[in-house]
Design a protein around this ligand. Structure first.
Ligand code: COA
Length: 237
C-alpha cells in the first residue's frame, strides 16, 4: 500500500488561550523554557502536531495525545501513554507551525520558512555548486522563492535523517524539476515534487509548495503521493 503523508498547518490565532490540552509531561516541559519566544513556538508546534494526530486517529480529545521529545530533539507522538505508530516532523516560523505525519517507519522531515532574501554569501556557503547554479540561472524575481525552497527542502531532509543543521548542508543536494527552477512563482501554490541526493545516504523524495509568504516542504525516504491536509476529511487510523 502506498504510504500517505498528512500535514497540519496552524497559525497563532488558532492556538487556544488555556493549556488544558497539554498532558502533565508536556506542561512540565513547557515550564522548563526560559524564553518566551521558544515557549510560544513550542506550544504552537504541539498544538499543530496534536491536530494532525487527532485527525488521522479520529480523536476529539487533545490531551490523549502527547508529543514527546526524543533525545535528538525530534518529536515523538504518543497516544494514551503508548507510542503512536506514526512518524512525525515539526517546524515553526513567524507565528506559524507545520507538522507532517505518516504511518509506519519511513524517515520523514518537514519545514516551514518565510520567503525572504538570503543573498549570495548564504547560497555560496550552504548550497552545492549545482544548487547555486540554479539560483543564478533563475529569473531575478524567482530567486528568493527558489533559494527559500531549496533551503527548506534541505532542512526537511536533514530532519528526516535526524541530524539537523549540525550536518554539512552541502551533503544534501536538492533537485527541483526544471520548470519549477525557471518559473517558481507561477505554479508554486500547489504541491510540486522534487528529490534530494544525500552524500552516502541515497535519495529522498521531496514535496514543496508556497503558502502565502511561506514555503512548506516535506521530505520522505519513499517516493510518496502529494501530501494531504488534515481537516479536509476524517482519516481513520
Ligand atoms: C532540527 C533543526 C534543523 C531545526 O531547525 P530550526 O530552523 O531551528 O527550527 P524548525 O522550527 O524548523 O524545527 C524545529 C523542530 O525540529 C524538530 N527537531 C529538533 N531536532 C531534531 C532532529 N535532530 N531531527 C529531527 N527533528 C528535529 C523539533 O520538533 C523542533 O521543534 P520543537 O523543539 O518545538 O519540538 C535545528 O534545530 C538543528 O539542526 N538541530 C540539531 C543540531 C543542533 O542542535 N545543532 C546546533 C546548532 S548547529
Amino acid at each position: 500500500m502506498t504510504q500517505q503523508v498528512y500535514y497540519s498547518l496552524q497559525d497563532r490565532r488558532q492556538l487556544p488561550a488555556g493549556l488544558e490540552w497539554l498532558t502533565a509531561a508536556e506542561r512540565a516541559h513547557l515550564d522548563g523554557f526560559r524564553f518566551d519566544k521558544r515557549r510560544r513556538d513550542w506550544l504552537l508546534g504541539r498544538w499543530t502536531a496534536k491536530q494532525a494526530v487527532m485527525t488521522v486517529a479520529a480523536l476529539s480529545n487533545p490531551s490523549r495525545v502527547e508529543v514527546a521529545t526524543a533525545n535528538d530533539g525530534a518529536p515523538l507522538p504518543r497516544l494514551d501513554d503508548r507510542p503512536f505508530g506514526a512518524v512525525m516532523s515539526l517546524s515553526h516560523s513567524n507565528d506559524r507551525a507545520f507538522c507532517a505525519v505518516a504511518f509506519g517507519r519511513t524517515e520523514l522531515g518537514c519545514d516551514i520558512e518565510l520567503v525572504e532574501s538570503r543573498g549570495r554569501a548564504f547560497v555560496e556557503t550552504y548550497f552545492t555548486d549545482a544548487e547555486s547554479r540554479q539560483i543564478i540561472d533563475a529569473d531575478q524575481h524567482d530567486r528568493d522563492l527558489l533559494t527559500t525552497t531549496i533551503w527548506s527542502a534541505k532542512e526537511s531532509v536533514l530532519k528526516a535523517l535526524r541530524i539537523g543543521l549540525g550536518a554539512d548542508t552541502r551533503s544534501v543536494e536538492i533537485i527541483p524539476d526544471e520548470r519549477f527552477a525557471k518559473h517558481g512563482n507561477q505554479q508554486s501554490a500547489t504541491w510540486q515534487a522534487g528529490r534530494a541526493a544525500v552524500r552516502n545516504a541515497g535519495e529522498f523524495g521531496c514535496w514543496w509548495r508556497r503558502d502565502g509568504d511561506f514555503v512548506l516542504s516535506i521530505a520522505a525516504r519513499a517516493p510518496l503521493p502529494a501530501p494531504m491536509p488534515v481537516g479536509s476529511e476524517t482519516l481513520a487510523a
